[in-house]
Design a protein around this ligand. Structure first.
Ligand code: F6R
Length: 600
């Protein structure tokens, strides 16, 4: 979702800003813009569509040592050049980019901007116009900035230029991620360290309701009361090569292929010197002290949570509920006496999940975040963090983060069980090794997956995924992958549920992908396949070695039955990838989607 960059220093800022925005493309956007400032004033360039279009629009002859940039994912107003950021106040003195949602922007408009003609439909323009009103009334810019921020309800990450002060970028943050990066003769602003890794790996985290005065040789953090705050920078441990595609045509394919490596890395990270799996003892104690665990997540991470529930209940014998984060506040269950919350989020920034975290912390409950991004909002605000160690995931469709979430949840369940003296009956280090090898074998079988994609998805408008037990949850994830990147309408169902309504949709040739990896339900799911075939479906059965029959289209290598989701999802990821490719879809940046969903 929207991204911000900013640069102030002794170099020309245009290219640094454009390159930074390119690194943020993965978050999803529909328009982009930059504003650069030199002694002649502020120059704004913005366009609907891709950064490449913006790049063409930028006047390359300009030299400007300060600037801000933005990728916009529309919330208020359609994607258009007018609604794209940066936005300017009427006098064009102030220029501002913003991520997040200003919930009270209509009230602000009514109260402060009755005589101001707004150019766009955005909540952002209201912010810069209100600030200009305060400056007109005689406030210093910093004071006006602070006063404006104190009126805003909602979430924001903001960077602002003042044409009359080419030495400063004004920055502020509340609930939306934003970092300040430090350089020798320059400083930068970025919603994600990745964007500015080209110039620095030293970053300062900002907390909610802080403002920052960024100059080329200094960074001053203040609270809304104007008091200065000191904070040390940290080194962003990202390898620039991790965020390159290399020889891969798409990040998604690269990330699918990285899964075996990620499994081995996770085992390494969670292994103690004596080879056993280990987790921060405080986390294990929190698990053991809970009478019920509430997993909160969205999308793919929610699907991982459904599998995680099985791991925790079966291994550690603790009851678990899994909730969609955006629904939790309205449909909050009656909590148990000693609840423990687990937030699963690849990005660690999902606003829906964060809203629940804020709520449960206010209620005084403990929370663990399982995330891929150290220092992310959900990580900082929870009591404990378990990292996924999957490396940056750039493609919008989550692949390696999902399997990493499953592996970390399995380790959490396993270590908790061991600590409770429960015999789990497997050696998880060994089993995850087998999983990594099996993943490798599956990734080597790409031609088969491509052929399946051709056969089933060249012309179809819809598709069903069915499974029972663990396979049901993987089917949900398979359906999400297919629909988000190929735009084929796809739904996942419990095998036994089809006949209660959905079977009415099965017509001649409807693709039905059936997962059959669970021995205790093998006959039942095969019965469900027969039911849909009798109504004309084109079935594709993916089974597991030991359970296979002649009708199966693909047979997965045998792994521990409880851990099958870690490998059965891989053919579904690959099939979705090739289906999207054959349909000429933008695989890494599907329409309407954002990688980091920072609005509720
Ligand atoms: C789908 C996908 C999304 C995310 C969801 C939650 O491929 O990536 O469904 O899983 O937006 O995001 P995180 O995990 O960052 O909280």
């Amino acid at each position: 979702m929207c991204g911000i960059v900013g640069f102030i220093g002794q170099k020309d800022s245009k290219e640094i800003l454009l390159k930074g925005l390119e690194k943020l493309e993965y978050r999803g956007y529909d328009s982009a813009g930059i504003a650069v400032m030199n002694d002649e004033g502020v120059h704004v360039f913005k366009e609907k569509g891709r950064i490449a279009t913006l790049r063409e629009a930028v006047d390359q002859r300009l030299f400007a040592t300060a600037g801000i940039g933005h990728t916009r994912w529309a919330t208020h107003g359609v994607p258009s050049k007018v609604n794209a950021h940066p936005h300017q106040a009427t006098s064009e003195r102030f220029t501002l980019v913003h991520n997040g949602v200003i919930e009270n922007y209509t009230q602000l408009k009514d109260e402060y901007l009755q005589n101001v003609e707004l150019k766009s439909d955005t909540d952002t323009e209201v912010v810069v116009q209100v600030l200009e009103q305060f400056v007109k009334q005689g406030l210093e810019v910093e004071e006006a900035f602070r006063k404006t921020l104190s009126l805003l309800k909602g979430s924001y990450a903001i960077a602002m230029l003042d044409e009359q002060n080419s030495e400063t970028i004004y920055v502020a943050k509340n609930k939306s991620p934003l970092l300040v990066g430090l350089g020798d003769t320059f400083n930068v602003v970025a919603s994600d360290a990745m964007a500015m890794l080209q110039v620095t790996d030293q970053y300062i985290e900002l907390m909610d309701k802080e403002i920052v005065i960024v100059k080329k040789e200094s960074v001053t953090i203040k609270n809304l009361a104007g008091e200065t705050i000191n904070r040390d920078p940290y080194t962003a441990e990202l390898d620039a090569s991790d965020i390159e595609k290399g020889t891969y045509p798409h990040y998604m394919l690269k990330e699918i292929d990285e899964q075996p490596l990620v499994m081995r890395k996770i085992v390494q990270e969670y292994q103690s010197d004596n080879g056993t799996l280990t987790i921060d003892p405080c986390i294990v104690e929190a698990m053991k002290g809970a009478d019920r665990i509430y997993i909160i997540a969205a999308g793919t991470s929610y699907h991982a949570g459904l599998v995680g529930k099985q791991f925790i209940e079966k291994m550690a014998h603790i009851p678990v509920e899994v909730h969609i984060s955006s629904e939790f506040s309205y449909n909050m269950p009656l909590l148990s006496e000693k609840p423990l919350f687990i937030f699963i989020s690849q990005s660690g920034e999902t606003a829906d999940s964060r809203a629940v975290l804020v709520h449960v912390k206010e209620m005084g409950h403990k929370a663990i975040t399982i995330t891929n991004v150290p220092g992310s909002t959900l990580s900082r605000e929870a009591d404990y963090t378990l990292l996924l160690h999957a490396g940056p995931e750039i493609a919008v469709a989550s692949t390696k983060a999902y399997t990493a979430q499953l592996a970390v949840l399995a380790i959490l369940a396993y270590v908790t069980a061991e600590s409770k003296g429960i015999m789990v009956g497997m050696d998880l280090v060994k089993e995850l090794g087998i999983i990594a090898n099996s993943m490798e074998a599956l990734c080597d079988d790409k031609e088969v997956m491509e052929a399946i994609a051709w056969e089933y998805f060249t012309t179809t408008r819809n598709c069903f995924f069915i499974g029972r037990a663990m396979d049901f949850f993987v089917g949900l994830e398979g359906a999400l992958k297919l629909k988000e990147i190929s735009y084929i309408q796809a739904e996942g169902f419990a095998g036994g549920e089809l006949k209660h309504g959905t079977i009415a949709l099965i017509e001649e040739g409807t693709p039905v992908i059936a997962l059959a990896t669970q021995e205790h339900v093998n006959l039942s799911i095969r019965g469900n396949v027969k039911e849909v075939v009798a109504r004309g479906a084109h079935p594709c059965i993916i089974s597991m070695k030991g359970l296979e029959t002649e009708e199966d289209r693909y047979v997965l290598p045998a792994v521990n039955e409880m851990l099958t989701p870690l490998i059965s999802v891989i053919p579904l990821q690959l099939i979705s990838y090739y289906a999207a490719l054959h349909r000429d879809c933008d695989v890494d940046k599907p329409r309407n989607l954002a990688k980091s969903v920072t609005v509720e």
